[in-house]
Design a protein around this ligand. Structure first.
Ligand SMILES: *[C@@H]1O[C@H](CO)[C@@H](O)[C@H](O)[C@H]1NC(C)=O
Length: 361
């Protein structure tokens, strides 16, 4: 670095102050070299830090969750409307493969325990669902409604989401007289009544998604729980646009809905779609959510499935859930909760379930 000064005369004999202390060039050079190396090191570290931060999310306050606000999510005094009419409101779930039949039955039972005031509708694909599975899914009071499959408009859709565009039929429920709809994915449990959602004046509401990866707490919503006001005209508009709009293919209808409603969506509290990903990312937030939780969403562990989304026979559900719990010990408590809800469902609807299970179609 200092090679170009190699021919300079050493100044070691020149006094550098009044006392005549000899000038010591080696020491200064060493200092300079050390300083340069230090600066290079600092610069490398700073650069690495910026590269690292560009790959990780902007820190969200929720990542360092502290239980500060313990007020209820809903102000009861604001609910002084007339009692809701079940014919105006519907809770809807979907059955697109036989493997989810027991989950739908269990979800329906927990909805009954919570005294939901709304009608219960079960969307199903008649070409894909056996009579046996539809019978099992309906035991706890769902009213089955056959729907036509809406095929994904392009390739690249995640293979678990290939039937999910059919969800858009929710918006046609105005044809059956419904004014408000709460859609709930089959891999969920109801913990508390959520009738207050039917009183929202907005046209669309959903809960922000949560990822265990660097993305963390995002502003896009999870389509596993949605409040919506059915409107066939809007349905036609959406279906006309699914193929031409620009959005990532993999997440299917969820990505499309995030584009279609992204600017209008009313952000609902996490209590309405308590995604297991929250537990993984911020256990303290998951703990704080327990009392308010209306709907628990089994995104990261599905006690009622085996292998790659395969069906589990009724008499093997218990063993299967225990196996899933051993594989995903972080969610053991939640899996046990699902299993308890299934046991109750089995107990309450035993004779109906046995009859359904004997069907061979
Ligand atoms: C549901 O209604 C029944 C009968 O009115 C009542 O005993 C029960 O406490 C209610 N459950 C909830 C969770 O409100």
């Amino acid at each position: 670095m200092f090679r170009r000064y190699k021919d300079y005369l050493p100044l070691s004999l020149l006094p550098d102050d009044e006392e005549g202390t000899p000038y010591r060039p080696q020491k200064t050079d060493m200092r300079r070299r050390l300083l340069t190396r230090g600066l290079v090191l600092v610069s490398v570290v700073v650069n690495l830090y910026f590269v690292y931060s560009s790959f990780t999310a902007w820190p969200a306050p929720l990542d360092d969750y502290q239980s500060l606000n313990t007020h209820p999510v809903v102000e009861e005094k604001a609910l002084s409307f007339k009692p809701p009419n079940p014919r105006d409101n519907a809770v809807v779930t979907g059955l697109y493969t036989d493997a989810f039949a027991t989950a739908v039955a269990t979800l329906g039972h927990t909805l009954n325990v919570a005294n939901s005031s709304a009608s219960r509708l079960l969307f199903y694909l008649p070409d894909k669902i056996s009579k046996r599975a539809l019978c099992i899914a309906s035991v706890s009071g769902w009213d089955p409604i056959p729907i036509e499959r809406i095929a994904p408009p392009f390739s690249g859709v995640h293979r678990h989401f290939l039937d999910q565009y059919s969800k858009l039929h929710l918006w046609t429920l105005d044809q059956r007289g419904y004014e408000s709809v709460v859609y709930v994915d089959a891999d969920a449990l109801v913990r508390r009544n959520f009738d207050e959602l039917f009183r929202l004046p907005f046209t669309f509401g959903a809960v922000p998604d949560v990822y265990t990866t660097a993305q963390g707490y995002v502003t896009s919503f999870n389509a596993g729980v949605m409040f919506l006001r059915p409107d066939t005209e809007l349905y036609n508009d959406m279906v006309a646009k699914i193929a031409t709009a620009r959005y990532p293919a993999e997440q299917a209808e969820q990505a499309f809905l995030n584009l279609y409603f992204g600017a209008e969506v009313l952000r609902l509290p996490y209590a309405y779609n308590a995604n297991l990903a929250i537990k993984k990312r911020t256990p303290a937030l998951w703990d704080a959510l327990q009392d308010e939780m209306r709907i628990m969403h089994f995104t990261m562990a599905k006690p009622f499935l085996q292998g790659d989304y395969a069906e589990v026979p009724l008499n093997q559900l218990e063993r299967n859930a225990e196996k899933v719990a051993r594989k995903k010990p972080a969610f053991k408590r939640e899996i046990v909760e699902w299993l308890e809800a299934w046991h109750e469902t089995r107990r309450v609807y035993r004779s109906k379930l046995d009859k359904c299970n004997a069907l061979t179609e």
